[in-house]
Design a protein around this ligand. Sequence first.
Ligand SMILES: Nc1ncnc2c1ncn2[C@@H]1O[C@H](COP(=O)(O)OP(=O)(O)OP(=O)(O)O)[C@@H](O)[C@H]1O
Ligand SMILES: [Mg+2]
Length: 171
Amino acid sequence: MSSNPARRPAVADPADLSAALADEPATIALGRRLARVLRPGDTVLLAGDLGAGKSTLARSIIRARAGAAIEVPSPTFTLVQTYDLPGGEVWHFDLYRLGAADEVWELGWEEAAGVAIVLVEWPDRLGPLTPADRLDILLETEPESPGRRATLTATGSGARATLRALSEAAP
Ligand SMILES: Nc1ncnc2c1ncn2[C@@H]1O[C@H](COP(=O)(O)OP(=O)(O)OP(=O)(O)O)[C@@H](O)[C@H]1O
Ligand SMILES: [Mg+2]
């Protein structure tokens, strides 16, 4: 994982990081690293096309925080799955089928946002409800390889602290 040199400030406080994920195990490894630095109240927005690896990353985060290979179904149809874990709740949203942004209130958004660890697939559906403090992770296919590229962008002080911890953590 490396800081984007174009955006790297003089002090070691990266606002974004980029990582090549050569295969699915690499996506799972990134999820495990994220699981170690995420704290209750953190929001992670997982963007990327269909099949980019958003659920794979979310599943890895949830399993690592659970400390076991628990069942993590994709919330494709339920739109949200919640996990009451020892280190705090994790809410996993998949908003692909959300009709309008304000329908997230019916999914318990108010209870989760800023309190639990919140993972959101298809976060563009949030529109004006997009949290101000958030870690955006964009997953993209690579032009010349079967793998993916993850670009992590922190907005807000909480997300910046998370990204700093991630960049300082052991691989
Ligand atoms: N780094 C990677 N390199 C190659 N394949 C990967 C990588 N990470 C995940 N995959 C594979 O991509 C496929 C789609 O993954 P996943 O279901 O997580 O995508 P998604 O973004 O959640 O899709 P959807 O938009 O349908 O929710 C899976 O087969 C998974 O194994
Ligand atoms: Mg998915």
